[in-house]
Write a protein that binds this ligand. Sequence first.
Ligand SMILES: [Mn+2]
Length: 413
Amino acid sequence: MSNNRKFSLQALAAAVCIAAVVGGLAGAAITRGCVQEAEVSESGAAAAQDGQEMSAAGSATGGQDAPNNQEAPVSPVTQEELQMLNRAGIENMDIWDSPVYVIGHRSPDSDTVCSAIAYARLLTELGYPAEARITAEVNRETAYILQDAGVEAPPVLEDAAGTSVFLVDHSEYAQAAEGMQDAHIVGILDHHGVGTVATGHQVVYEARPIGSTATIIWLDYMNYGVDIDPTTARLMLGAVLSDTDNLTGSTTTEADRRAVTVLADLAGVRDVGAYYYGLHAEKLSYEGMTGEEILFSDYKEYEASGVKFGIGLVNAIDEETAARLAGQMKEALAANIGAGGTDLLYASVGIRENGQKIDYIVPADERSRQMIEDAFPHYDEYDGTSFIFRTGLGRKTKFVPGLTDYLAAHPHE
Ligand SMILES: [Mn+2]
């Protein structure tokens, strides 16, 4: 009895969480409360008890006007019902064309590719035929994850125009597949800032400030009541570990940590550390690649206050390697500034030493260089090629938000 009650209260708390997520901005604060309630069952139960007292008082007051309301209290939402309600929540997805192509961003990384595969499978299981697509060939790390799981890389979608697409891991036209402006977007699943993609029709739109898109998909599998097969679990595990740098990245949350534990178990991966080492070693190996290939291996473009800027992300094992990679990309940066309309262009080489993140920011030209001087004057060193930030300048957490704020405060004439 008490077990049942605790369970249904958690389901209720989860239902409120979903409502909060659907509620969008206003939901953000509530969601945080929900997670706490769901995690700490005792205080969760206490909080829910308060809720019951409140609703009891509410129905008593309402009862004076409508006596019938005193009878038959509304029963709590069960887990099965919650899953049914979540499924109902995507019923109006406005699909023109089947299958729906689930696709991530340009310069596909492991989260973008594996999330596309995992979410296409989820949609298909839910009765909406979907297929994963990618914008370009997968990188070495992703190829390793796919091969390890025995999965083929999805086909490249050359032109998204006229197709029904579900975006994962981005919501920015500048980062999206060719032709996306003329595609029919049915949904977005993301863990970045809200981008430029806009629709007039209703869409599935789910975003959370957490470590990886794959973690959101893991939550969705549970929310919709769909089992995760071992192969899909292995892909999602690789995606979470990659995007969170083995759960050490600044955007990592308890949700990501729990996802890794559960997905590793489902995938039969006993040594998560060894699995991460395998894919990480592959990622850090830029052997045989040109400066240009390295620069664009994890490259993203942004637009803020009418200024278009691009940042290529690279990881190095130590500072010596970072300086070497920076030098290797310098020429490619200079050759590519202005290509595709970029006003500013950078490479960002990250090193993680003793739990400390160091970033080498390599500007493509004088304007890009001056912008770092202006927007991030707190850099520790400039070695003639790179600005060195010894407390880190993460692309998603500091670099892009900082540059966006600076550009908004200093509109160029
Ligand atoms: Mn991601």
